[in-house]
Design a protein around this ligand. Structure first.
Ligand code: FRU
Length: 326
């Protein structure tokens, strides 16, 4: 099938510097490769809002059939999503949200619930001072806002606990170090640090270690990737007390996009499941994820073999055609 006759799916990814987004892209690509009628184009906004707006504008002017977007921030991406809807191109918003309701559907885990799960975990495991530091994801991105909201809701209901300091991170490791060091020098008796993702959780642990506090403080993160330095490994090595799984939903996103293309009725809000990963279940979950990864590798290599055969078949066909001239 020629590329231009296929169903065109454009995915505007916020950035691809971290493993979570790499995994999201690769699971979406695998799902697309299983459907020969689909042509998936992924554009990488490099964490630059104007680039992401331009990427989506390009999808609109190229008249793709469906747009998937993981917006860097909510507010500045709202207008271009609305523009796409007005142009008759359905939009699936994944992971981070835009403002308002002007999109076709949303897919992602419940970030308010993730915040609540973190709070419940701390409340039920605490034996110490009850002092908590919260490390936020980037300003303007909905998971940071929602994780914080759910977390603070439950913590504030409980008199024994208080969030003594909030650190404004940006989802990346570097943003944590300086401000956390200053806070820890003032408050060495903090019991828990809740970081909005595992990368910042690791950075918090490293910072605490420079002050000799890493064994006294307990660390929670979010994502739970099964990668080198991913949440599961960090739980197994004792860096994190726990992590809350935040599935990327790459494959589900592509499936939903196709349903949207086929005008099937789907829910406006599609919630991915989550779970706490700690030392009690890290091993089991790791094994399960390893199996899925192995199966994906098999699929990918089979897909590669099929592509190769198709190419050989096409070139043999050309040869046959050529020979029939003589
Ligand atoms: C990846 C990431 C994750 C986090 C998510 C929130 O870029 O920072 O670590 O859970 O984005 O949107």
């Amino acid at each position: 099938q020629e590329q231009k006759n296929k169903i065109q799916v454009g995915f505007s990814q916020a950035m691809t510097t971290d493993d979570w987004r790499k995994q999201m892209n690769s699971s979406m690509k695998i799902e697309a490769s299983l459907r020969p009628e689909v042509n998936l184009t992924i554009s990488d906004a490099n964490n630059t809002i104007q680039k992401q707006i331009d990427d989506i504008e390009k999808f609109i002017s190229n008249r793709v059939d469906v747009i998937i977007v993981s917006p860097i921030q909510s507010k500045p991406l709202t207008a271009v999503v609305e523009k796409s809807i007005k142009a008759g191109i359905p939009v699936l918003v994944v992971d981070r949200k835009i403002e308002g309701e002007n999109y076709t559907a949303y897919l992602g885990a419940d970030n308010i619930e993730i915040g609540r799960i973190a709070a419940r975990y701390i409340i039920s495991h605490s034996k110490g001072s009850g002092k908590i530091i919260e490390i936020m994801g980037a300003k303007g991105s909905s998971p940071a806002y929602e994780r914080s909201m759910g977390f603070n809701q439950l913590v504030s209901e409980n008199k024994r606990f208080s969030v003594t300091n909030v650190i404004q991170g940006d989802w990346e490791k570097e943003s944590v170090k300086k401000p956390l060091k200053a806070v820890l020098l003032q408050n060495p008796d903090v019991e828990y640090i809740f970081a909005h993702n595992d990368r910042m959780g690791l950075s918090a642990w490293e910072t605490a270690k420079t002050l000799g506090l890493e064994k006294k403080i307990k660390f929670l993160g979010v994502d739970g990737l099964n990668t080198v330095n991913g949440g599961i490994e960090l739980v197994k090595s004792g860096v994190l007390d726990g992590t809350i799984l935040y599935p990327t939903g790459g494959n589900e996103a592509l499936k939903l996009a196709l349903k949207m293309y086929n005008k099937e009725t789907i829910a406006k809000t599609n919630i991915l499941n989550t779970i706490v990963i700690d030392k009690n279940n890290a091993e089991i979950i790791e094994n399960q994820m390893d199996k899925v990864d192995q199966q994906q590798e098999v699929i990918e290599s089979q897909q590669g073999a099929i592509n190769l055969q198709e190419k050989e078949y096409a070139s043999q066909n050309n040869l046959v055609r050529l020979l029939s001239f003589f």
